[in-house]
Ligand binder design. Sequence first.
Ligand code: ZN
Ligand code: ZN
Length: 243
Amino acid sequence: MKLTFFGSSHGVPEPNRRCSCILLEVSDKKYLIDVGTDPVPLLIDKGLTPCDVSAVFITHVHGDHTNGLVPFADICSWRFKDADPLIFLPEIEMLDALKGWVKLTCEGLRETLRFKEVKEGLLYDDGTIRVTAAATQHRDRAYAYLIEAEGKRVLFTGDMRGGDGPIADYARFVTEDGLDLAVAECAHFDATLYLEPLKKHPPKLFCINHYSRRWLESCCKLLKEIAPDIPALLATDGLEINL
Ligand SMILES: [Zn+2]
Ligand SMILES: [Zn+2]
């Protein structure tokens, strides 16, 4: 299993950091987690196209997680007509907006493109990965995803509640040891709030993602305080994690 961070930034892009988008590769299959930036040029840079993408999982409908969906759906409609990703929308109402936009940019959204609304619980199982969605308190219909593949378990927190986010949301999802990787946001709270849930159920690897400058100092403090017990890192664009 391999993760490539196409975008590690929070609501606002920062120098050399685009908004949230992660490419997940498991055996010969590819998936996207959030499309806060246009994933198409980034796929092409890696010798891939949208035809290689099996599914897209969007955590919630804020622009820093969805702004790349229009260009992705647009080019799948007129150029990459063999692309057949199953696109998970946290709010199915997004589909009307998408249809309206792509009607203006090309001949309209390709009818064979597949969309499905996210619901809590087991969401997707293609025999290669298994994805379970859990609601976060970031906003109405915001989700974290637990991905299981090749005997590994990886949590993508999506965005969580501000203030006591890691305790309110993260601690609720991570109730047992054995996570191989947690990709955790840090745009809405002091990162040291992760200390308590991390100590309780340490993952094998902790990756701080979607962090803002405001909380950067707390991210560094957290990294220092959990080391060396929990291997941890700060995501940057282009970072690759092999599990
Ligand atoms: Zn966000
Ligand atoms: Zn958000």
